[in-house]
Design a protein. Structure first.
Length: 356
């Protein structure tokens, strides 16, 4: 688990400059951007660890579109962002969901979590991704006995599935990506999808079909119908084909990728203007319909919005300047650069670096 600079027990009360809701990559970068401007942050997340979907759903998946990092694993990206934010000593409140958010007459915002932690915040940044999410479960009798043991909805460590009889269910990018990645590392691999068409990238689907043609894996059009076990361990799975016939395949482990149930949860009840289950913001401040409450990353929407981590980083930078002005409207803002600003270098703890 990523080592965090500071964590707090639940059921406490804090007066803070800025509260960030959501500790995914964009929320973590918001700590850094606020810190450069001298604004300390507290950050809350419903998950027990930081990283959001990067950590929960695809920690080993490579990301190719982060500037200056030609290839970066999703968990590696989270680790780097935490390390980058460390000089600013943000306080983390994990494993608790924000349950109430109430703007106050003086412009500050009262926030409470499911564990009783309370905040009096000068500004709030909602960086909650798609909101809270749960994977769509495999619909097979008795599935709950094997979930988290033999049935999985995400890959924490690819090596856990090496040298195993593996069944993968689904037809999107996650199912295809992991099929191609694990095919030649598993004892056997069967991909199960209910129809011949796939939703994932055509190039990956083509690679999967090449592996089928080479006899390195099996593709079944149908659904999982029954699990078989011995001594409380899954050993096989019965698959029902589209024509109604069945086939039994060996299965030590199964991965099911049917997508997520994204839910805004309490966010929908906070009185913020929504559009298609996303928070409307402007593109100057990334402020919501309520002054002092900002939204960055996949949770927001505006004309031309692109749901990319890269876009979220840009939004975090502009939101930081807007928050600085919101907290200190009387102060004149100056754009400073980390390469030349003694103030920023002091905040980063790199004052010993000499210019050349």
């Amino acid at each position: 688990m990523t080592e965090l600079p500071s964590t707090e027990p639940p059921n406490t009360e804090h007066r803070v400059d800025a509260l960030i809701i959501g500790a995914g990559p964009v929320g973590l970068f918001q700590i850094f951007e606020l810190g450069l401007l001298g604004i300390n942050s507290h950050i809350v997340d419903s998950l027990a660890s930081v990283g959001g979907q990067c950590t929960e759903l695809y920690p080993d998946k490579p990301i190719y579109d982060i500037p200056a990092l030609p290839i970066c694993g999703a968990q590696e990206l989270i680790d780097r962002l935490v390390e980058q934010a460390k000089p600013f000593k943000a306080t983390f409140h994990l494993g608790q969901e924000v349950s109430a958010l109430q703007p106050q007459p003086g412009g500050r915002i009262r926030v409470a979590t499911s564990l009783g932690t309370r905040f009096d915040a000068g500004a709030v940044v909602i960086a909650g991704g798609v909101g809270s999410f749960q994977p769509r479960r495999l619909s097979v009798p008795g599935i709950e006995l094997f979930e988290g043991k033999s049935i999985h909805y995400r890959v924490k460590a690819a090596a856990d599935f090496y040298n195993q009889h593996l069944v993968i269910c689904g037809g999107g990018d996650s199912a295809l990506d992991w099929t191609v990645a694990l095919c030649e590392k598993a004892k056997s691999l069967t991909l199960v999808h209910r129809r011949p068409e796939f939703r994932g990238a055509p190039a990956t689907a083509m690679r999967m079909r090449e592996l089928v043609a080479a006899g390195k894996m099996r593709l079944i059009e149908g659904n999982a119908a029954e699990l078989h076990s011995e001594d409380d361990k899954m050993i096989a799975m019965t698959l029902q084909k589209r024509d109604g016939s069945t086939v039994r395949v060996e299965a030590d482990q199964a991965l099911a990728f049917f997508g997520l149930h994204p839910k805004l949860g309490p966010i929908a009840e906070w009185g913020l203007e929504l559009e298609k289950k996303a928070l409307k913001v402007d593109t100057e401040k990334f402020q919501t319909s309520v002054p002092g409450i900002f939204a960055i990353g996949d949770i927001n929407t505006y004309p031309g919005k692109k749901k990319l981590i890269l876009s979220g980083f840009h939004e975090a930078a502009l939101a930081a300047f807007a928050i600085q002005h919101h907290l200190h409207p009387e102060q004149r803002q100056f754009l400073q650069y980390t390469t030349t600003s003694p103030i920023m270098q002091k905040r980063l703890g790199v004052t010993h670096v000499e210019s050349h």
